[in-house]
Design a protein around this ligand. Structure first.
Ligand code: G1P
Length: 297
């Protein structure tokens, strides 16, 4: 199949300072939503989209993340002996086939664009995905799978997009939005973290990308911009300037910003409520809280 997307880059080198002190010894990608680490949600979404090669851009202190994807033979045999097949099956989904996963070190924290550039030698002449595990998206059809399907039609570069309130635009990459066709928005430009009141639209880039190899070439030419960092947004914007197609994609689903404490807590509640084994007990607890709050007012 033409333009099949089989490789995904996961930039996971960030220090997670917003979650200190927890992230002093645990990578933030290992923080759990209910009982699964954030990174597992991203991996599952990637697999559902047909990704077979997983490239992690890591940094010092991320050992727990590498260990997480290793087999745990002692644990597995203990579970087997105890006849705990369901737990064994749960563990199985965390195992990676040998050779399916690669770790690249980002030696200096120079920005998202630099992190993706670090993986350039593992990407061939084919489109590839970038997934930011902080953005957790609950969706019936996983977000990246929606994008891969749309990408097969239009090619070029594609970024997940959603509307954000005007006063939040400066926290995101923002699209200069052109013509829309169904979920696709033609991008006329893209700007990283525009100043308040200067955003070209309220359509924000969310952490799912399908990019062409040309973007990797652009990444070696960009200069630091927003936050004095090398920005992926700028390398994608260069594709627009070169006259090649870049689309925003309005995905169907709910996005949680698990890079922020409030978003992480919201995701925890939403995912707990969507779990058949927890729903009733947890919903009962939340109802109780509402009563408690009403009584306090
Ligand atoms: C990154 C990207 C930004 C995008 C955002 C989505 O920013 O640089 O373009 O809108 O992710 O979560 P960060 O959140 O790392 O500052």
């Amino acid at each position: 199949m033409k333009n099949r997307v089989t490789k995904a880059i996961f930039p996971v080198a960030g220090m997670g300072t917003r979650f200190l002190p927890a992230t002093k010894s645990i990578p933030k990608e290992i923080l759990t939503l209910v009982d699964r680490p954030l990174i597992q949600y991203a991996i599952d979404e990637a697999r559902a989209a047909g990704i077979t090669d997983f490239i992690f851009v890591t940094a010092r202190g991320k050992y727990a993340l590498e260990d997480y994807f290793d087999r745990a033979p002692e644990l597995e045999s203990a579970l087997r002996r105890a006849g705990k097949d369901e737990l064994l099956e749960t563990l199985r989904t965390t195992n990676m086939e040998s050779g399916a996963i690669a770790y690249i070190r980002q030696h200096r924290a120079l920005g998202l664009g630099h992190a993706v550039w670090c993986a350039r030698r593992l990407i061939g002449d084919e489109p590839f995905a970038v997934m930011l595990p902080d953005d957790v998206i609950a969706a019936e059809t996983p977000c990246l799978a929606q994008m891969v399907e749309a990408h097969a039609e239009v090619g070029g570069c594609m970024v997940a997009a959603m509307e954000v309130p005007a006063d939040r635009a400066s926290a995101y990459g923002i699209l200069d939005a052109g013509a829309e066709k169904g979920p696709l928005i033609q991008a006329r430009g893209m700007v990283e973290k525009p100043r308040l009141g200067e955003a070209p639209s309220n359509l924000a880039v969310i952490g799912r990308y399908i990019l062409t190899p040309e973007v990797l070439g652009n990444l070696s030419r960009i200069k630091p911009s927003a936050g004095d960092e090398l920005q992926l947004t700028d390398a994608i914007a260069m594709e627009i300037e070169a006259g090649r197609p870049v689309h925003g994609f309005r995905f169907r689903g709910e996005r949680f910003d698990c890079g922020s404490k409030a978003g992480y807590l919201q995701a925890t509640v939403a995912f707990a409520l969507s779990r058949p084994d927890l729903r009733d007990e947890f919903a009962g607890f939340l109802d109780g809280l509402n009563g408690f709050r009403a009584a306090a007012q």
